[in-house]
Write a protein that binds this ligand. Structure first.
Ligand code: RIB
Ligand code: CA
Length: 314
């Protein structure tokens, strides 16, 4: 195996974030330099705590975990306890973390890592609102050209929105931050609802996690069991979309996903469309393509990879 790929996971755990982080920690192809927490699904205090719960579950209390921005750039925070529960990780009782947060702010960690590592060697993996990433880019524009790639979960186009009729949650919470990131010029791969809604946590797949017989498998089964109730009621589907692990699965097996390199703009002023990812899928404008918009996935292959890797943990 070649040298492992350096990544930083920016996250608002969230059960699906938790599964993504476990997948990354179970995969030797990836070198997770740190985890930066951002306010999103639940307030920052909880996302910063949950990131530590997850890393301790993976027996990685050595992982540097930083608290980041506790509110969007210039809006009030919108959270999603109605999906993730009061703690943000409802579904299973896990011990209160003993590992401390790392000293310093997540934004300063992002800036320092991008300055200290060789240019083009770090991939940023945002799984929540883009506030930390945008703040780092605003505060230290010199780091933008040093980012190898951004692979994020967010946005929607043909699948339409999940928090408003037009917008997906991560983009909707901080559209100004998303605009900064999508216009940064950094090579981007986007995992929108168009693709995450094709990897549903069916009964068989949840049982596949539980049958692993390890603590991580039980946690993933319990989280997905809890997390899916909202989406199944809303969509009448056979399970919930497992959004965030698509980002990590792409790093491990990009061939699982297909999409198109297109222009994506972020709506920041619309009355009914605030936070919409406006995707020029049919290239009807002359706007430059700025992201790979994924819209299809080998769902069986995705769950095979995810289940096998979760099985490697305790
Ligand atoms: O819209 C889905 C996204 O919002 C996921 O990242 C989920 O964790 C929430 O952050
Ligand atoms: Ca998330």
């Amino acid at each position: 195996m070649g040298q492992s790929r350096k990544i930083i996971i920016d996250t608002d755990p969230g059960q699906d974030d938790a599964v993504a982080i476990l997948l990354a920690l179970a995969s030797p192809e990836l070198d997770v330099l740190g985890v930066t927490a951002v306010a999103g699904n639940v307030p920052l205090e909880l996302t910063a705590k949950n990131a530590r719960v997850i890393c301790e579950l993976a027996r990685r209390d050595d992982m540097p975990i930083f608290a980041g921005c506790d509110a969007p750039l210039n809006r009030k925070l919108v959270t999603a306890e109605y999906v993730h529960g009061k703690t943000g990780l409802d579904g299973i009782e896990l011990p209160t973390p003993e590992m401390p947060l790392a000293d310093g702010h997540a934004v300063d960690f992002l800036i320092a890592q991008l300055r200290e590592n060789a240019a083009g060697t770090i991939t940023l993996c945002p799984l929540g609102p883009l506030t930390n990433i945008a703040t780092a880019f605003q505060r230290a524009p010199d780091i933008i050209g040093r980012v190898a790639e951004i692979v994020l979960m967010g946005g929607a186009y043909f699948e339409v929105g999940n928090v408003t009729p037009a917008a997906e949650f991560n983009i909707y919470v901080d559209p100004e931050a998303a605009e900064i990131v999508f216009r940064s010029g950094v090579p981007m791969v986007v995992m929108p609802l168009d693709v995450t809604h094709k990897v549903l946590t069916t009964r068989a797949r949840v049982e596949g996690f539980r049958n692993l017989g390890n603590q991580a498998g039980r946690a993933v089964a319990s989280w997905t069991n809890f997390f899916e109730r909202f989406d199944m009621a809303k969509y009448g589907s056979q399970g919930a979309p497992l959004h965030d692990p698509c980002v990590i699965a792409y790093l491990l097996q990009p061939e699982l996903f297909t999409g198109r390199h297109v222009n994506i703009e972020i709506e920041t002023t619309g009355t009914f469309t605030l936070g919409m990812t406006v995707v020029d899928w049919w290239r009807v404008t002359d706007r430059d393509a700025n992201a790979m918009f994924m819209n299809d996935v080998d769902a069986e292959g995705f769950y095979k990879l995810l289940t096998e890797r979760i099985g490697r943990l305790q």
